[in-house]
Design a protein around this ligand. Structure first.
Ligand SMILES: Nc1nc2c(c(=O)[nH]1)N[C@H]1C(S)=C(S)[C@@H](COP(=O)(O)O)O[C@H]1N2
Ligand SMILES: [Mo]
Length: 517
């Protein structure tokens, strides 16, 4: 009897084989890959944020409770995003394989599972702040392609005479085609994305009308091995944000709109910014998630326009006490108006350490507010500043369990000696301390339960930056614990009682235990 190629082949011939489930699972995986590749291609015309892995991962980030975000950062540091992608990919692979097995045994459950996956993706994409209704397309296309490919593969696997070799060829061939399509989409996207790098490369920063005082000659302790340099080089500067894909703005497209409770709305273009007198400002930026002794903190020379001047033009209405800044990807931060208008020189920054802002640090423009943690102030890729009130509005992290206001706590850290053994005799102990706005007045070190002893402070630094410190220790053999604390210019001593980062910043004294031989 001759049959035309049946869309769904008889199931019985296949079911007896003990290994058949693995073939079906593999078919499910390949079908999932094909769906994803199709979605990547469609995503070229929608936005990257709407493609399955990105949309789902972004949504997971938003739904992640603060303690878990904290744990992920602690465990994986800046690799937390790689970890997240890996988790999402693993779950997706499991679902794909399950769909394969189900569709063989209980059709159309596998198809339904694939459809559910597509709906999840589309729903996740719709919740993204930077996508429109078109963003349901990648999820929808992924579901349709995934189901069709799954059915065809399952049917082909059981065609009479399809031995293991034919099956491998079928699955690997289809998988390779999907991979090729996916990589092709990635390549095309990369070509498009170069726009961001090119836009940055094309920027020539004007020199500041008001320059920061040069670092005093010999004013740093940068020559002390193991101590962080006064200025954090851009490639070493910590990066924290909710963006899985770095937003790529061009100076041509960028606008900053200042509105809300203002007498006059202001809209700035890139050229408007360049035409203004720019100022330079040394400022230390710190993440509220930084643990005692941690490195989610950096110091840079920023170049930009004082937000005080921008806000003065918009003329905030009485009663407005918050600037809700928003980035192109929907992140928001709520900053007290005062912090953006007083004499601390908060900036709409366009330069970082003499270069245009790196893409991942907010190109073309971001906010820098000395004295406040980044989550309530330092919006990268900023496009809007809305005057409003703390009673009425919240920044991104506040409903997620973090304090509405985030002044940086007085902090200090021991950079050296690290964990390893040292020789008895003179040992240079060194680290960093910061007391934002007020300035560091003194740093003290304690050995075991001994008296607090005053360290030397490097000259480099202002009330908006950290200060390097060093202390010469006459170390006796044995195991010793060193502790550090800072005291600010107002006489306030760093808080000793330990607390975790949530909800308003870690506190407690950094300490290291050293073996002296
Ligand atoms: N657009 C955007 N800006 C953002 C964030 C973000 O998630 N998105 N995170 C903030 C946080 S929590 C911090 S600590 C600083 C970090 O800035 P950096 O990555 O340049 O060090 O950026 C702030 N600005
Ligand atoms: Mo942060």
């Amino acid at each position: 009897m001759s049959t035309t190629s049946a869309p769904v082949a008889p199931v019985e011939q296949h079911r007896d084989e003990p290994s058949s489930r693995w073939w079906d699972a593999a078919a499910g995986l390949v079908a999932l890959g094909a769906g994803l590749a199709a979605a990547e291609l469609v995503g070229l015309v929608t936005s990257r944020s709407a493609t399955p892995v990105v949309a789902v991962s972004d949504t997971v980030v938003d739904l992640t409770p603060p303690w878990a975000k904290d744990a992920a950062i602690a465990l994986f540091g800046t690799n937390d995003k790689v970890f997240l992608f890996a988790v999402v990919a693993t779950v997706a692979a499991l679902v794909g394989a399950t769909a394969g097995v189900l569709e063989r045994r209980r059709p159309p459950l596998g198809a339904l599972l694939t459809a559910a996956l597509g709906v999840t993706v589309a729903a996740a994409a719709l919740t993204r702040p930077d996508t429109g209704t078109l963003s349901v397309l990648p999820g929808a296309v992924a579901a349709v392609v995934g189901i069709v490919v799954l059915r065809v593969l399952l049917a082909r696997l059981v065609v009479t005479g399809a031995g293991p070799r034919r099956r491998v060829v079928l699955l690997v061939g289809t998988g390779a085609a999907a991979l090729g399509a996916g990589l092709g989409a990635g390549l095309l996207r990369r070509v498009g994305a170069r726009g961001g790098e090119e836009a940055r490369a094309a920027v020539e920063l004007p020199t500041a009308a008001e320059q920061a005082p040069p670092l005093p000659e010999q004013g740093t302790y940068d020559d002390v091995p193991g101590l962080a340099p006064f200025r954090t080089p851009n490639p070493d500067f910590y990066r924290i944000d909710t963006a899985l894909v770095v937003p790529r703005l061009t100076t041509r497209d960028w606008r900053l709109r200042i509105g809300g409770m203002v007498e006059r709305e202001v809209e700035l273009t890139w050229d408007d910014v360049l035409a203004r007198p720019l100022v330079e400002k040394w400022a230390t930026l710190s993440c509220v998630s930084n643990r005692v002794g941690g490195d989610l903190v950096g110091n840079a020379l920023w170049l930009g326009v004082p937000t005080r001047e921008l806000l003065a033009e918009a003329r905030p209405l009485p009663g407005a006490d918050m600037v809700l800044s928003r980035s192109t990807d929907g992140f928001t931060a709520g900053t007290p108006v005062e912090a953006m208008t007083d004499d601390r020189d908060s900036l709409l920054a366009i330069g970082m350490n003499g270069e245009p802002l790196p893409l991942e640090h907010g190109f073309p423009a971001r906010l820098v507010v000395p004295g406040l943690y980044g989550y309530v102030s330092a919006t990268k890729w900023v496009t809007e500043m809305t005057l409003t009130t703390f009673a009425q509005d919240q920044g991104y992290w506040t409903p997620r369990g973090w304090s509405a206001r985030g002044p940086v706590k007085i902090s200090s850290r021991i950079d050296r000696p690290g964990g390893s053994d040292v020789r008895a005799g003179e040992v240079v102990v060194a680290g960093l301390a910061w007391a934002m706005d007020v300035g560091v007045a003194a740093v003290e070190v304690q050995v075991d339960d001994g008296p607090w002893q005053e360290a030397e402070l490097a000259d480099a630094g202002t009330s908006s930056t950290w200060r390097q410190w060093r202390w010469a220790w006459q170390a006796d053999p044995g195991s010793h614990t060193l502790r550090v604390r800072a005291i600010d210019q107002a006489g306030d001593v760093q808080i000793e009682e330990p607390a975790p980062p949530a909800p308003d910043g870690a506190q407690g004294y950094d300490e290291v235990t050293v073996r002296v031989t």
